[in-house]
Write a protein that binds this ligand. Structure first.
Ligand code: XMP
Length: 435
């Protein structure tokens, strides 16, 4: 392994992820593991140079005091305790964390001076290590991946192509709810440029038929999710001899699923739902990366910037932006107006500066005039928001001139649209999406 590792043992701290980020910011790789890790398990982890016991005030969990095993205290590795006493079991263990100012200094001293770590956490080393790990795990067996074209699945695909080439089969399901140019880009990047084994599934009619007449948002989401699994399952059955399923699980998914000492924030969404006879061993090479690290990894693997730095996009895609029943005319209008908005944001240098921006179409027409005649057409709504965690959001103040330019383009270029509105609502009270 090319990277030294500092092991964080989770003793009920709510700040494991923050500590992990602080150490990675020093240029040293770190992983968070449960407090009850055995010595044998620890020894199996590559290149561990030191251990941090991370437990704060909530070290008593459900009325029970938790601690690491005695064999870990005796493992001989340099150890430090963050915010917690060591029960007198290991008096030489120092503590840090009481004082904000000296925290960074003591962390740095521990990591470099006591543990002797090298500053070798970088994407080149990460990629080299992952390629070795993937090859060790998979051997010459075959791996399947649902490649949506989102950041995480794209980076997993690029990494696996590098590691195992044609033994990876990517399945890209076009459900008709992707943004303009996205399915084409997936094919261009992965099949044409990377020479990956890519199965492109045109399931547009199938999804739209299933969604016909459905106007309830949650019902729409359920249908899209269930149909996606069905299509993927059918394709998986066509590929012979698959042993592994690759997934773009990232570190926050794992952390948010809850550890032994913390309550789950949300369920971890696997490509679950596959039937029992299609359960594979998982390959999850990004499971220790934070989102910005996933992007850096994609960059280092040579993926297009637009793919790596793309804004968040909901799983049900344009399906939740074509309000009410999804009809083909409005779906195309959403797709076209969204493409115009993105193009103009990029031209104005706003790409990457605004967290999320898109258009949507309500299912109510309004009266207008076009070519000296009465028109009765759809409105397009522009939404642009900034947020840190998507729990609350502020609206982006789009310059007026830019709004006028976008409006003009939408009402002249997008078929069936005669009005453009700008949503000024923060979250709360409005959610980011309208459905
Ligand atoms: P809301 O609308 O809840 O959105 O304020 C917060 C963030 O989540 C995205 N979003 C979704 N993502 N599946 C997803 O993968 C969904 O069903 C879904 N609904 C909303 C939304 O785009 C925003 O970034």
């Amino acid at each position: 392994m090319k990277q030294d590792m500092i092991l964080i043992l989770d003793l009920g701290s709510e700040e494991n992820a923050m500590l992990a980020r602080e150490i990675r910011a020093l240029g040293v790789y770190t992983e968070i593991h449960p407090h009850d890790i055995t010595l044998e398990e620890l020894r199996k982890l590559p290149s561990v140079k030191g251990v941090i016991l991370n437990g704060g005030k909530n070290r008593v969990v459900d009325g029970v005091e938790i601690d690491v095993r005695d064999e870990i205290y005796a493992c001989g590795l340099p150890m430090i305790a963050a915010d917690h006493k060591t029960n007198g079991k290991c008096p030489e263990i120092e503590s840090f964390g009481a004082c904000e100012k000296c925290r960074a200094k003591s962390l740095s001293e521990f990591v470099f001076d006591k543990c002797g770590c090298d500053k070798n956490w970088n994407m080149e080393n990460f990629i080299a290590d992952q390629i070795e790990l993937i090859r060790n795990q998979v051997g010459d067996k075959k791996v399947l991946l649902a490649l949506s074209g989102g950041v995480d699945s794209s980076v997993v695909a690029a990494l696996l192509v590098k590691a195992i080439g044609k033994n990876l089969t990517c399945v890209h399901v076009n459900h008709g709810l992707l943004r303009k140019g996205e399915p084409e880009e997936v094919v261009r990047v992965f099949r044409d440029e990377m020479d990956a084994n890519l199965v492109y599934v045109d399931a547009v009619d199938r999804f739209l038929d299933k969604l016909k007449g459905v106007d309830e948002p949650e019902q729409k989401r359920k249908i899209i999710g269930a149909e996606f699994i069905r299509v993927f399952e059918e394709e998986a059955r066509k590929v012979d001899g698959i042993d592994f399923l690759a997934q773009g699980t990232i570190y926050p998914d794992i952390i948010e699923s809850g550890t032994k000492t913390a309550k789950a924030v949300k369920a971890h969404h696997n490509v679950g739902g596959l039937p029992d006879d299609l359960q594979f061993e998982l390959v999850e090479p990004l499971k220790m990366l934070f989102k910005d690290e996933v992007r850096a990894c994609g960059d280092a693997l040579g993926l297009p910037k637009g793919m790596v730095y793309r804004q968040p996009f909901p799983g049900p895609g344009l399906g939740v932006r074509c309000l009410g029943e999804i009809t083909r005319d409005r779906l195309e209008a959403v797709r076209e107006s969204d493409a115009i908005l993105r193009e103009e944001f990029a031209a104005a240098g706003l790409q990457g500066k605004v967290w999320q921006y898109f258009t949507l179409i309500p299912d109510t027409k309004s009266v207008g005039v076009r070519d000296n005649a009465r028109s009765f057409e759809w409105p397009v709504v522009i939404r642009a928001v900034n947020t840190i965690d998507a729990m609350t959001a502020e609206i982006e103040e789009i310059p007026y001139e830019l709004l006028k330019k976008i409006t003009k383009r939408i009402i002249t270029e997008v078929k069936g649209v005669n009005r453009v509105l700008y949503d000024l609502t923060p979250k709360p009270t409005g959610t980011i999406e309208w459905e």
